[in-house]
Design a protein around this ligand. Structure first.
Ligand code: NAG
Ligand code: NAG
Ligand code: NAG
Length: 181
């Protein structure tokens, strides 16, 4: 009996390893790639702004919009095109804060939630710096919900237009997401 037991033990160890491997593989979801294109409409001026200043550095209120320490809350519509009446496909909601003492730099923490099309009800999340005066810039995508669960990726941005009086801006986005199937 004893010699038979010794012969079976290595086989059992290998079997246990194979079972563990199969289980590990079956729990690892497949990743798919999704590309998104839209325009982010940021309205600071007028009676119904989509971005509002909620805080400034103590003792420094009333300075330029991008003064170091300024914190904005955003509810910016995402539209198919750059025109103000282009169909809305979602909203970018969260905050944007001026975080550089030397250049025009914001750090944005935003949830880009879709309200139309195949990704209605899903969103991806960004937490990244955004040097808004640069021509082309890249934001890091750090997560997602719904169809974009477990998303990672990046967004390529280019400012389409800025109103120098109001600060209103339209920004073009190309987003690449890697997420669960
Ligand atoms: C998006 O989803 C919501 C919630 O399920 C639904 O009420 C709405 O009609 C959908 N919108 C479009 C444009 O499909
Ligand atoms: C987005 O992709 C389109 C098609 O490749 C390209 O024409 C456009 O310049 C890109 N825009 C940005 C901001 O990357
Ligand atoms: C720019 O903003 C100002 C102030 O809100 C507004 O009066 C003007 O019409 C805007 N210009 C354009 C081209 O939209």
């Amino acid at each position: 009996m004893a010699s038979r037991g010794r012969g079976v033990a290595p086989f059992l160890v290998i079997l246990a390893f194979l079972v563990a491997q199969c289980f590990h593989q079956s729990t690892e979801a497949k990743k798919v790639t999704t590309n998104l294109h839209f325009f982010f409409h940021d309205t600071i001026g007028g009676p119904d702004p989509s971005a509002v200043l909620v805080a400034s550095a103590v003792g420094r209120t009333g300075g330029p919009l991008a003064a170091f320490g300024n914190l904005f809350v955003l509810d910016d519509p995402l539209r198919e095109g750059p025109e103000a009446d282009s169909p809305v496909v979602g909203y970018a909601r969260g905050f944007s804060m001026s975080t550089s003492r030397r250049s025009m730099m914001f750090v944005m923490g935003l949830d880009y939630g879709f309200t139309a099309g195949p990704f209605n009800g899903s969103s991806f999340s960004v937490f990244s710096q955004n040097p808004i005066l640069d021509g082309d810039r890249e934001l890091a995508v750090i997560g997602g919900r719904g169809k974009f669960r477990m998303a990672q990726g990046f967004a390529l941005l280019r400012t389409h237009s800025v109103n120098d009086t109001s600060g209103d801006a339209v920004v073009e986005y190309n987003v690449t997401l890697f997420h669960d199937e």
